[in-house]
Design a protein around this ligand. Structure first.
Ligand SMILES: O=C(O)CCC(=O)C(=O)O
Length: 327
């Protein structure tokens, strides 16, 4: 699943095929007239780095250690201020991650006709999803569930409520191939958006950077740490936390001469779960709900009925002041 459709028009040729045909000109339909500029570091203004969360430290909380409170506080402030972090020591075997990456590179080399078998339906993405994750699936789900519990605990959402929403929830994958583009400054690889999911775990398959996140109105490139998973806070967590967390708006750029491949794994609530401010949180904090509640099925329908456009869908989920007075 995930945040859908770039404003790029749907076209029958694949991006890889198109890239082969490209000489020096970018077809007009791919040109982004008004791309917001990227942060440029200088001596006095170094590139802000995405916070790092160490799973080994977080695990102490799961084990019930009292001296791990700082780690939980760090997780809360990172999810609030950034909505993205690099997770190190995540426990997923390095070799298996390498295998997944190799499988993805191979996937993008298979003939187009064969690849079409995996293509997502119209109205979803111009990317491909498939079960390359097979071997890793359970480990990744367990990791995601542990993160959900900790992220919930950090803002006073009951563990049981997180389990009720996310245990055996929907998981989906998007692999995206970004072909080299002779004029990278003119195009955007993936339109700015936040993910509809609870969390997204992102992997970059080769070492070509391209992910950028919007922090305090500025687009910052993400330098992936070796062996780390980049974890995005999605809209569902912003809603469940009643705004204590912020989903991260991100986009992807393309490289002038090199292809880039990314894998986004989306961890979502169950189809029947309510997506709304967590009941235990509202009770524990006595705050009024700032977002509406929709059943996940309906939430997804509404999300995918619009175009990818920053965090506009989330705005629609917000309860306006007058509505709040009525409830
Ligand atoms: O390619 C990337 O690094 C980002 C991918 C992404 O944001 C997505 O698939 O939703």
């Amino acid at each position: 699943m995930a945040s859908s459709s770039k404003p790029l028009p749907r076209c029958h040729e694949s991006l890889k095929e198109l890239a082969k045909e490209l000489k020096m000109e970018v077809p007009h339909r791919y040109v982004q007239e008004q791309r917001e500029p990227t942060f440029v570091s200088s001596g006095s203004l170094p590139l802000p780095s995405i916070p790092v969360i160490d799973m080994n430290d977080l695990i102490k909380i799961v084990l019930g250690s009292d001296d791990a409170v700082d780690e939980l506080n760090k997780l809360r402030s990172v999810c609030h201020e950034w909505g993205i972090f690099q997770l190190v020591n995540h426990g997923v075997d390095k070799l298996l991650v390498e295998k997944m990456k190799e499988a993805m590179v191979e996937f993008f080399q298979i003939p187009e006709e064969e690849k079409l078998r995996y293509k997502l339906k119209e109205g979803e993405y111009e990317g491909y999803g498939q079960t390359i994750l097979h071997d890793q699936d359970q480990k990744l789900q367990r990791l995601a569930m542990t993160l959900f519990h900790l992220i919930g605990q950090a803002v006073d959402i009951d563990k049981q409520e997180m389990s009720d929403v996310f245990e055996d929830g929907m998981q989906s994958v998007r692999m995206t191939y970004y072909p080299p583009c002779p004029k990278p400054d003119l195009v955007i690889g993936l339109t700015p958006h936040s993910d509809a999911a609870g969390i997204t775990i992102l992997l970059q398959v080769n070492d070509i950077e391209g992910l950028q996140v919007k922090k305090d109105g500025i687009w910052i490139p993400v330098n992936f740490l070796p062996n780390a998973f980049v974890v995005n806070v999605g809209d569902v967590l912003e809603i469940m936390s009643n705004g204590a967390y912020n989903s991260i708006e991100h986009r992807a750029t393309v490289h002038a001469t090199k292809e880039r491949i990314s894998l986004a794994m989306f961890f979502n609530p169950k189809f029947q779960a309510d997506v709304g401010p967590a009941k235990s949180l509202l009770k524990n904090t006595r705050n009024p709900p700032l977002y509406k509640t929709l059943v996940m099925e309906q939430y997804l329908k509404e999300f995918f009925s619009g175009k990818l456009n920053g965090k506009t869908f989330l705005k629609k989920m917000k309860i306006e002041n007058e509505e709040a007075c009525e409830t």
